[in-house]
Design a protein around this ligand. Sequence first.
Ligand SMILES: [Zn+2]
Length: 280
Amino acid sequence: MTYSVGPVEVERVVELESWRFAPADMFPAVTPELYAGDSLDFTIATYVVRTPDLTMLVDAGNGNDKHRPVLTAHDGFHTDYLDRLATVVEPEDVDVVVCTHLHPDHCGGLTRLVDASWVPVFPRARHLVPREELAWLQSLVATADVDGPVADLARTYEDSVRPVLDAGLIDEVDLPVDLGHGVTVRAAPGHTAGHVVVELSHGDEFAVVCGDLLHHPFQMADLALAHSGDFDPDRAHQTRRQLVEKLADSGGLLLPCHFGPGHVTRTTAGFAWQPLRRGR
Ligand SMILES: [Zn+2]
């Protein structure tokens, strides 16, 4: 499905349709009143954004063959995502890549395994990485505990970020970045230090790719609920609330990475989610 905002077109490309987690593993303070189910079912989605000047990929998915012995939900994917992406854009034709943040399910797809080496998937693309996000990941790598989740973030750096850096394809950027035609990469910190959203605006039209500011629609009922991966939960809450208020006020389209697109409306109690399509 293609969405358009003025002259900019957006196509959603799903890496994984169903990715299940125990609710308390994702949201340690979740209550049955907030979410009564036994599992949370996420997707992993990426977005191809075409402006009159460039073709951009927002988030690259988890990628295949990654070794994640701690964050096992990210371990050993074998999907046909790159084949499906190629029906929208060939990797060689991507001009710009922006990952909303450098967690494994958003930047792992920057590289693929070729003859036992990790090589960049998007050989021509400038990979725009906020200076703060790269410094944050590099500082974690420097202190990586081999038994904890941080060890898999270090592996993510080594197999998915460093090869792109070594190939000279990463531009460390200061935010915001204006890519023209209403496309802006904007700071949205909290989930990670340098997390970004990608905003698309044209006149009254507004859409935003939100990365991990939101993981599931039930969060509309309690925007303060922290995700287990939040680097700074208070900041993440503040950023999440600003985004949801902006969407509700503008009528803009939310393009999430872990559930389907839709709109936010205000209710007497807070906010409600209006999916574009039935189901996720
Ligand atoms: Zn994620």
